[in-house]
Design a protein around this ligand. Structure first.
Ligand SMILES: [Mg+2]
Length: 359
């Protein structure tokens, strides 16, 4: 019998899994739904863990914890898709673990199935009140436990998939505005917490109305698709998740860059861990990548499609999420006014500086 990850924390195996579900340069939520489902088994008796591990080892990536404390820690750092939770444990018991999970916005969506030796109605009621979706009684019947867990796992994965589809821009395939609005305040909080800089870029396709007028909306859509995929590809492989390791990453994928369609021909890039110097570097790279596409645009002075970028950077972490968006917007406006095909950087000193290629 192979129960190799039976160590309490399971941190080593969890860390490896974390890498697997976080391909570089992509959005965690979207890739996570394609990864193998993650099952967390919590029980103070390792013999019970062994039995369940045997049953689910082939279907899921199985993780384990032998105490409520350890379970809560693991769930926050590497959220599983489903939790099998023993009720009776020394220290924080199963009911309390479940209550705490349900009380937190980040973990409330994870289904919890209680494993209990009690068969009293009152016990089941207490479990459902704590937020469980189901009960499995000991001694464990492998067939019953398998069916119940598989059913709830399938429901959870379906809901994740729907959620991720609702967060993708239908035209370009990058994150949509709803996703941006969800991620941006989280990133602001996260970067402040870990005291890392954060860059926001607002990106506009130059003379896009003229492009549509000249080539038609079909061609306009094609151009937006090309721009979106080029923006995403530019960041691919360039961000290493372990770059921010101390304090530990609170949520897998939090240090990933994100490209979103903000609306119309406007895109937004969130670049965690990127300071002023990095922002200038990335702005130049994005501008060059789009220039290199050489998308013919007779309505533009240069004869091909270009971008304007408004960039805002915070290094203190004190900047409010909304204020940074306004700064990036203002920088974008300045960039447009100064002739486009360039970037403007708005820093905390409130002065705007143009990119080197301006003029
Ligand atoms: Mg127990």
């Amino acid at each position: 019998m192979s129960v190799e990850p039976a160590r309490d924390e399971g941190v080593a195996s969890v860390a490896n899994e974390g890498e697997k579900v976080m391909p570089k340069g992509t959005d965690y939520l979207l890739t996570n739904t394609l990864a193998r489902p993650r099952l967390l088994i919590v029980d103070d008796q390792t013999v019970n863990i062994r039995v369940l591990h045997e049953i689910f080892n082939e279907l899921y990536d199985v993780f384990m914890a032998t105490s409520g404390e350890s379970a809560l820690q693991q769930v926050t750092r590497f959220p599983p898709d489903l939790i099998l939770l023993d009720v009776m444990m020394p220290g924080i018991d199963g009911l309390e673990v479940c209550r705490r999970l349900k009380a937190s916005e980040e973990t409330a969506h994870i289904p919890v199935i209680f494993i209990t030796a009690h068969h009293q109605v009152d016990d089941e009621l207490a479990g459902f009140e704590a937020g469980a979706v189901d009960f499995i009684s000991k001694p464990i019947n492998p067939v019953i436990v398998k069916v119940r867990v598989n059913t709830h796992m399938a429901l959870k994965r379906q809901s994740d998939l729907l959620k991720s589809i609702a967060m993708v821009d239908g035209l370009t395939g990058v994150a949509n505005r709803r996703r941006f609005d969800e991620v941006w305040p989280q990133q602001c909080r996260f970067c402040q917490e870990i005291q890392q800089p954060l860059t926001l870029m607002m990106i506009d396709v130059d003379f896009f109305k003229r492009y549509n007028d000249a080539y038609g909306h079909q061609a306009g859509d094609d151009a937006l698709r090309k721009v979106a995929s080029t923006l995403s590809q530019t960041f691919e492989g360039a961000f290493d998740p372990p770059a921010i390791t101390d304090p530990p990453i609170a949520e897998a994928g939090s240090v990933m860059p994100m490209v979103a369609r903000y609306g119309g021909e406007e895109f937004a890039c969130i670049l965690p861990g990127v300071d002023h110097e990095g922002a200038r570097h990335w702005a130049e790279r994005l501008l060059n990548a789009i220039r290199a596409l050489h998308i013919s645009h007779q309505g533009a002075p240069k004869g091909y499609l270009t971008l304007s970028l408004g960039v805002a950077v915070t290094t203190s972490g004190q900047m409010a999420a909304q204020a940074l968006i306004e700064q990036a917007d203002q920088a974008l406006y300045e960039c447009k006014a100064a002739g486009r095909d360039n970037f403007c950087l708005h820093d905390e000193a409130m002065d705007i500086s143009a990119g080197p290629s301006m003029g």
